[in-house]
Design a protein. Sequence first.
Lengths: 166, 627
Amino acid sequence: MRKDFDFGVVDEILSHHPANELSTIAVLQDIQEHYHYLPEEIFPRVAKALGVGEARLYGVATFYENFSLEPKGRYVIRCCDGTACHVRGSLPILSKLREQLGLSEEKKTTDDLLFTVETVSCLGACGLAPVLTVNGTVHAAMTPEKALDVLRALKEDIAKEENSHA
Amino acid sequence: MHKLSSRAELTAFRAVCKNAFQCEKTKILVCGGTGCVAGGSLDIYARLQELLSAHNIPVEVELADEPHGDVVGMKKSGCHGFCEMGPLVRIEPQGWLYTKVKVEDCEEIVERTVIGGENIERLAYKQNDCVYPRQEDIPFYKKQTRMVLQSCGHINSTSIRDYLALDGYTALEKCLFELSPEEIVQEVSLSNLRGRGGGGFLTGRKWASCAAQKETPKYIVCNGDEGDPGAFMDRSIMEGDPHRLLEGMIIAGLAIGSDQGYIYVRAEYPLAVERLRIAIRQAEELGILGDSILGTGRGFHIHINRGAGAFVCGEGSALTASIEGKRGMPRVKPPRTVEHGLFNKPTNLNNVETYANVPMIINRGASWYKSIGPENSPGTKAFALTGTILNTGLIEVPMGTTLREVIFDIGGGMRGGTRFKAVQIGGPSGGCLTEKDLDIPLDFDSLAKVGAMIGSGGLVVMDEKTCMVEVARFFMNFTQNESCGKCVPCREGTKRMLGILERITEGKGEDGDIESLEELADTISNTALCGLGKTAPSPVISTIQNFRGEYEAHIYHKRCPACQCTKLKVFSIDADMCKGCSKCARNCPVGAISGKIKSPFVIDQSKCIKCGACISNCAFGAVREEA
C-alpha cells in the first residue's frame, strides 16, 4: 500500500454523497470512474467515511462485476457476448483481439497498461450485433477484421500522441 | 419556468405545448437511441441543424411558449426500434423514414425534403424490390401495435413539453384530482395488467396488497436492471419516453401511499440514466415531482440507482439489497417484497414496461385495455427481436400474436435464406421453441403450457447453423457466472451442469451425461433460493427435449450436426486445391501439417488441436472443415 496516496480525489467524491451505507455503490462507482479501478488505499478511508466495516466494503467491491481491484488499461475494450452477439459470432472477435494483444481469459490487461479486453453480458445494442465498446463508445456490426481495424486506429492514436510529446 | 401549482395551470401549460407542437409544420426526428448513436446519429443531428441555419430556415429544438409561424422542429427522438437500419431519420408530417443515413446525406435531406418537399428514394427502406417511403407501411412496422412505445421515436426524448403536447401527465392529473387511491388500484386490477418483468404476476393484486400494508413509509421501486442478454425493451422506454415511466411510478405512489420512488438502472445503460435524470429534473421544475405535486400537498420523489453489473440484482430482494448499498444477494421468501422490501418496509416493485402501461390504463380505462389481446393476459408486449433474422429490432405486438407472425411477417424471415431452427425466448431463464411451436400465441399462459416463458421479452432467432448444445452451454455459462453463490444448488449445481456441457461440446461426452444433466436440473429448479437459480436449467432442459438427437450426436458420434463446435471439427487439405506453398505448415502452432513444397500438404489428425490457423492462413481456400 502506498504511504503517499493522495486522498484529494476520494475526499472530493465523498463530499458529494450522503455519508452512509446507501452511498456505497455510488461512491465506489465514482472512484472507479476516476482511477479506472479501485486502489486498495481507498478502502479504509471510504469505510470510515460511510460508517461501514472495511470487510463489508470489500465484499461489495468484489461482488459486482463492474468493480475492479486491478488497474485497467487506458483503453477498455468490452466485447459483448450477449445472446444476440453470440449467435452472430462474437467469440471469433474476442479471440482475435486477445490473440493480437497477447491476452487471455485470465490476463485481461496488457503489461503496458494500454489495453484491457473483457466480455460483457449484454450492452442492449442487440440490433447491431455483434458489438464492442471502447471506453464506452459502441462499434457496431463487428467482424474479427473490423475489430483489428479498431485496434489499429487506437494504436495509431497512441503513436501520434507519443510523437507529439517527444 | 415557474412551478405549476394547480390543475388549471397544468392544463393551460399543456395547451401552450400542444399549440407549439402543431406549429411545427415539419419535424425532423433523428433517432437518439443507443443503436443509432453508435452509428453516428448525433453527428447527423448536428449537421442537419447547421445546414438548416445556413439556409436561414427557422429551427426549434424545444417547444416555444409563443411559436412564430412555420418552424422546423428538430428532435432527438428515442429508439424507433429498427436499429438494424440505423441511423434513422423520420420526417413529419409525411411520416417518411430514411434509413442508414450518413452525414453526407444531410445536404440532400435539407434541400430536397425540407425545402423541396420530396422523398429521397435511395434512403427509403426497401424489401423484395419494393420501396417503402412511409414508416408505417414498412412490413416491420405494419404488423405492430405500438402503445407503450407509441411516442418512442415520435417526440424529443429530453423534452417534457413534447410529452405534455401528446397528452402526457393527463393520467396523473386524473389520479390526483378525480380518483381515490382505492379507485386507482381497482382500475389497475380490473385491467388484468400482468407484470412485464418475467413472472407475469397481476400488477393490481400486488398494488392492492402493498396498499393494504400498515407499516410506513412505503417505497415504489422500478426494476430497470434489464440483464437478460438479448433484451433491450426497458432501455428503449427509459431512453425514448422517460416521462411515461415517471408518470406510471407517481401514480403507483398515489395509489399505494408512498412518496419515495427508486429506479434501479443497469450500469450498461448510461444513456438511459442521463435521460431519466433530465426527465426527473424537468418534472421537478414544473412541480410534477416534489413535495407538493401541482399544489396538492401530496408529494413524490424519484431517485436513480445505477447498478454495478450483477444479473442477480434483477431479482426483487437482491435489487433492494443493492439499493441499500449491500451485496446484491436474494433472501429467502416469504416475507415478500410487498411486506419487507426496501429498508425492510413495504415495497412495490414493478419493471419499467409495467409502469409504462399504467398511464394509458388510467386514461382509457380497464375495459378498453382488456379488449387488446387475450382477456387474462391483455395489452401489448414489447419484444427484442434479434439473432439470425432479416429485420432485427424492438417490436411491440398485442399479447396473443403468434411466433410465426413475429418472425416471418415482422422479422421478415431468416437472414440469407437459411432455415429456421429455433427461437430462444425469455433469456437464460426461458426455453427454446421450434418449428412445431410457431403457432403458439405469445402470452403468459400459453407459453407456460409449453415450458417457456415471456421473461422480459428477448426473442433470439436461430437458424440451422446454430448448435443447440452450444446454445445451452452459452446460457449455462452465463448463469454460472452470474450466480451470486449464496445457495448451494445454484452455486455448485450450475457449475456441474456447465462442466458436463463443456465436455460434450469438446467431444468428451460420455454415456449418461444427458441423464445427469436432467437430474441436476431437477434438483436445482426445486431447491434453489431465487428465480435465477430455479430457472437456470431451463435452456438445457428445453434443448434436450427438442434436440436430444443433437446431444446424442455429440456424445456418441463425436460430431456436431450444425458444424459449430470447433473441437469436433475435422480439418483436411484438399489435394486438388493445395498449391504446396507451406504457409499453413509454417503457421500451425503444433506442427501438425507437413509436406513437400509444390505438392499437396497433409494434416496429421492426431496432432491437430483444431485452432483453425491453417484456414485463416490459406490463400487458396484449400483447407476444409467438416463436422
